[in-house]
Write a protein that binds this ligand. Structure first.
Ligand code: EPZ
Length: 424
């Protein structure tokens, strides 16, 4: 079983370049199903989840050329299957992002129900509400744990869709389906994450007619067909926040390059509240926590532009080392405190009540054997290991490799005493 070993590493120093965003490249790749022409996606990160999405697309009929590092060329001359592979769906929830494009292009999609995961049930009711609003027939085949969605005989028809929660995935799925619908679709209470804007930009390059992506009301005028395009993935704002926190927790200084400050404003604001130095420079975001008296602060996760839920666990790891009590509120997922048990193995002494965690702070963490309970919690455990006495052994690191490109090497490049071991 592969593990990551982290030793107390002292202040990290140097610069790190951010890769393309996992949560953008996955819907972008799904959107290539909408045309028979070739789409060229650039600045793609080398991630396990990207490999899984490529397998999904190939099963549907895609021809993929990924011979050039960081570039994926996809053409889907025809859809040969509309059925998602159950094993791949279990491996990667983002497989459900292929539902909207398949429904729009081929008029049908059969998708195994994606399982929940450690952070929550992760239902897709809002995705299905959107498809129904576009005139599709949705059958939830509970016996076979799958959902069968079929467009009407004249395709999908635009409508006004209100999202009870600004779900990122539901917004993306409906956005993609609506591009080829008859007439106009309005998504109300839409998610406003940067990844939504990146997807809308790709779709508009393909000939879609999308307006106001990034606001809570997106308008899509359906068109008859979409063409190929060339599009570069935006940098990963969650990886950006993770390395900003690496400087903060180790009291070091790091220049985070190829990052978009506008996508990480809540993280910049919260680190400044803690008296961490953060400067936006032409070269990147410079984070300096050397020789500073840091101050505890509270965080509350919210849909964008609020504080990102994906940075909650890495930020909590940092707060355990800062003098003073902090309260961490998780409002997006119902079970995203699994990392508290792991941090407490290291002496963090955190208590939780429903969706609130009380972090006493000011702790000198001790190295321990801990688990990566989800992708971002895995990163949090590595951050904690950098400042804990002794060695921290992080297991179940397949989570981490799903979403962080060259994770161990990037930390080594900053002076971290870290290594990956393949087997015990
Ligand atoms: C995306 O997941 C991201 N994943 C998540 O990142 C991220 O945490 C999340 O958005 C929130 O920002 C990808 O983009 C691949 P949601 P998604 O639909 O789309 C509820 C990571 O670590 N909900 O916005 O699944 C849901 O249960 C991952 O990179 C419904 O109730 O998130 C959750 O409580 C983790 N019904 C809340 O909305 C639905 O139909 C937010 O979910 C859909 C969602």
């Amino acid at each position: 079983m592969a593990k990551i070993l982290v030793n107390s590493s002292g202040p990290l120093h140097g610069e790190v370049a951010i890769s393309g965003a996992k949560n953008s490249v996955l819907p972008l790749l799904a959107a290539t199903l909408l045309t028979e022409e070739t789409c060229v996606i650039e600045d793609t990160p080398d991630l396990v989840d990207v490999a899984v999405m490529k397998k999904m697309l190939t099963n549907y009929g895609a021809q993929i050329d990924d011979s050039e590092q960081g570039i994926i060329k996809v053409s889907v001359p025809e859809i040969v299957s509309c059925e998602g592979d159950a094993e791949l769906v279990q491996e990667m929830r983002a497989s459900v992002f292929t539902m909207g494009p398949l429904l729009a292009r081929a008029g049908k999609v059969i998708m195994p129900m994606p399982g929940g995961c450690t952070i929550g049930k992760r239902p897709i009711d809002l995705h299905l509400k959107g498809f129904r609003a576009l005139g599709a027939d949705v059958v939830e085949d509970l016996e076979n744990e799958r959902v069968i969605v079929t467009a009407g005989e004249n395709g999908l028809n635009g409508d006004v869709i209100y999202l009870d929660f600004p779900s990122v995935g539901a917004t993306e799925n409906i956005l993609m389906a609506a591009t080829l619908a008859n007439g106009t679709t309005i998504i109300e209470n839409a998610a406003k994450e940067p990844e939504i804007i990146d997807l809308a930009n790709l779709l508009n390059k393909m000939g879609a007619r999308i307006k106001y992506a990034g606001t809570d009301m997106i308008r899509i005028e359906g068109v008859d067909r979409l063409t190929g395009c060339i599009h570069a993935v935006i940098p990963d704002r969650i990886e950006t926040g993770t390395f900003m926190l690496a400087a903060a927790i180790t009291r070091g200084d790091i220049l985070v390059k190829n990052a978009l400050p506008g996508h990480v404003r809540p993280i910049i604001a919260k680190l400044k509240e803690c008296n961490v130095g953060v400067d936006v420079t032409p070269e990147g975001i410079y984070v300096d926590a050397r020789d500073r008296e840091l101050i505890a602060t509270d965080i509350k996760t919210l849909p964008y532009p609020g504080f990102p839920t994906d940075i909650q666990s890495p930020f909590m790891a940092f707060l355990t080392t800062v003098k003073g009590r902090s309260i961490v509120r998780e409002t997006v997922f119902e079970n995203r405190f699994m990392h508290v048990v792991e941090l407490n193995r290291m002496g963090a002494d955190i208590s939780t009540e429903n969706r609130e965690a009380i972090v006493p702070g000011g702790k000198k963490l001790k190295g321990a054997k801990v688990r990566a309970t989800d992708l971002r919690a895995g990163a949090a455990m590595v951050l904690a290991g950098l400042v804990a006495t002794g060695t921290t052994e992080v297991s179940e690191i397949h989570h981490i490799e799903r979403g962080y490109e060259h994770f161990v090497n990037k930390f080594k490049g900053l002076g971290a005493d870290i290594m990956k071991i393949e087997h015990d």
